[in-house]
Design a protein around this ligand. Structure first.
Ligand SMILES: Cc1cc2nc3c(=O)[nH]c(=O)nc-3n(C[C@H](O)[C@H](O)[C@H](O)COP(=O)(O)O)c2cc1C
Ligand code: SF4
Ligand code: SF4
Length: 481
């Protein structure tokens, strides 16, 4: 019988609470036992977890500065040494963001020989603040976590011997930097060296704070804590103290908390990713291909009414296009531009197209667009830049062709960039640089945009239509001339 082994770092217990819930939920479905291995305390990190071939591993860690806690990285690297064990990655975060932490964890697990079948980022209380994520995980989070556990268990039952493809999650698997905390004035906060202090009048000398410090940085002097080692600001000592005798007094630290509470109070959603086995991925790829082929077919049908193809109306559709590209036909070409915006479920953003009307009814153009992209759960600060070609077919309504219905088919390739801000000090104060960082994802998109065009002045028109593309559905609107 397989065993679920939960390896976790959890100074204040939030991560352990979520990991327990996940483990119990999966175990109930697989009739498996659960075993816990904490690497929170220094003496716990003297031991490495041992995995048997049948073990299912859950690796759980909180997010610190957008990554796996720095001081645990070496241990995690050494301790993950599996032999193809099915595994689940779990990070908890305090309602700001999990940035690269989940990708980093999945990357380390994969490097260490685990087959990562699922990954989750759960919101928990932010240990810096009384309010951020204070009531998380809530009932919705738990029910989403249970759905995730059900999918993971199903996957494990149906494909224990399969080779899973690498599980793609948002963020970089090998990040170089940590998130730079900011003050409430939006300039970098520097509290790396901050340590807690103890109010000796309140302290009852119980020694609990010393027991929980994951860095072993607290010694007791006649029962009163001295914070003489490295402090990772985990808050374990402060939160365990029964007499509220421990506090951080650093002003940058408090200014950072004010900034977090100002900007990250609206609840973030938990996120879940389940690996699809190769076959399902193939089916999905087929689905995309089918949509693209259908679109091409519709485009072909659109041009089948060949007689209307050109003003010389007797030509067949192939001859029509031939005519359109002949010397004579090209004389009838007129430039056509549109400035449009798309608002889709997964992609959106401005787009510029420039091209030619080959006749009264048809035009083709090149497009260049930029957009926020959530496709494949890429985070919101990722923008795509797309180029491609689009064909438009008009059906005119109204006496003076004021109205037209149109069908716009297009395809293009895009590249995904990550745009982020970085702060640096200069003689002129704090400067914000925008850094374009290549995430390195190529994307292909094909779309169909049917809609209505209304001419309102000379040849200037507005248009509004639906967007049906291989990566989104939504609306588009804009100006054409
Ligand atoms: C040093 C430090 C850095 C943190 N950085 C982030 C962060 O970048 N994003 C975030 O949303 N939460 C952040 N948090 C909040 C923790 O991820 C969250 O409170 C976590 O659940 C604590 O886990 P634990 O209860 O298992 O100790 C940070 C907490 C600490 C102590
Ligand atoms: S001294 Fe620092 S590292 Fe140790 S428990 Fe307290 S906050 Fe955490
Ligand atoms: S936990 Fe609080 S009361 Fe107990 S020794 Fe530490 S500071 Fe003193």
């Amino acid at each position: 019988m397989s065993k679920i082994k939960v390896c976790y770092f959890s100074p204040t217990g939030g991560t352990l609470q979520v990991a327990k819930h996940l483990a119990k939920s999966i175990a109930a479905r697989l009739c498996a036992e659960i075993e816990y291995h904490s690497y929170t305390l220094p003496k716990e990190r003297e031991m490495m977890p041992l995995f048997d071939a049948e073990d299912i591993i859950i690796w759980a860690t909180p997010v610190y500065a957008g990554r796996i806690p720095n001081k645990t990285l070496d241990y995690v690297r050494n301790a993950i040494h599996a032999d193809g064990n099915i595994s689940v990655a779990l990070v908890t975060f305090g309602n700001r963001a999990y940035d690269n932490a989940l990708a980093e964890l999945v990357g380390l697990m994969d490097d260490g020989g685990m087959r990562v079948v699922g990954a989750a980022a759960m919101v928990t209380r932010h240990v810096f603040s009384e309010t951020l994520g204070s009531s998380r995980p809530n009932a919705d989070d738990i029910s989403a976590l249970e759905d995730f556990a059900a999918k993971v268990a199903e996957k494990i039952l149906s494909s224990s011997n399969s080779n899973f493809p690498y599980l793609k999650v948002p963020g970089e698997a090998h990040p170089e930097k940590y998130y730079t905390p900011l003050k409430s004035t939006n300039v970098p906060a520097s509290f790396l060296k901050a340590k807690p202090s103890c109010d000796t009048e309140r302290c009852m000398r119980c020694g609990k704070c010393q027991e929980v410090c994951p860095m072993g940085s607290i010694t007791l002097n006649e029962g009163v804590p001295l914070f003489d080692g490295i402090c990772i600001k985990c808050q374990a000592c402060r939160l365990i103290c029964p007499d509220q005798a421990i506090a951080f007094t650093d002003s940058d630290y408090h200014s950072h908390i004010a900034m977090l509470e100002q900007n990250f109070s609206s609840p973030k959603k938990a996120e879940f990713f389940v690996n699809l086995c190769h076959n399902l991925q193939k089916i999905l790829a087929m689905k995309r291909l089918t949509i693209s082929l259908l679109m091409c077919l519709m485009f072909a049908l659109g041009t089948l009414d060949a007689q209307e193809m050109t003003t010389k109306s007797q030509l067949g559709w192939a001859d029509g296009w031939k005519y359109a590209f002949s010397k004579e036909g090209m004389k009838e070409w007129k430039p056509e531009f549109t400035l449009r915006n798309t608002g889709g479920l997964f992609t959106g953003g401005p787009m510029f197209t420039g091209g030619v009307r080959v006749d009264e009814k048809r035009s083709f153009s090149l497009f260049l667009g930029q957009g926020d992209t959530w496709i494949g759960h890429v985070p919101a600060d990722v923008y795509s830049i797309r180029t491609g070609v689009s064909f438009r077919r008009y059906w005119h309504l109204g006496e003076r062709k004021t109205f037209a219905l149109y069908s716009d088919l297009g395809a293009g390739v895009g590249y995904v960039y990550k745009i982020r801000g970085e702060y640096r000090e200069s003689s002129n104060g704090i400067i914000r640089d925008v850094v374009a960082e290549n995430v390195g994802d190529m994307m292909f998109v094909a779309y169909w945009q049917p809609g209505v065009r209304v001419r309102f002045y000379k040849n200037i028109h507005i248009f509004l239509g639906a967007l049906l593309s291989t990566d989104s559905i939504g609306l588009h609107w804009g100006l054409g001339f």
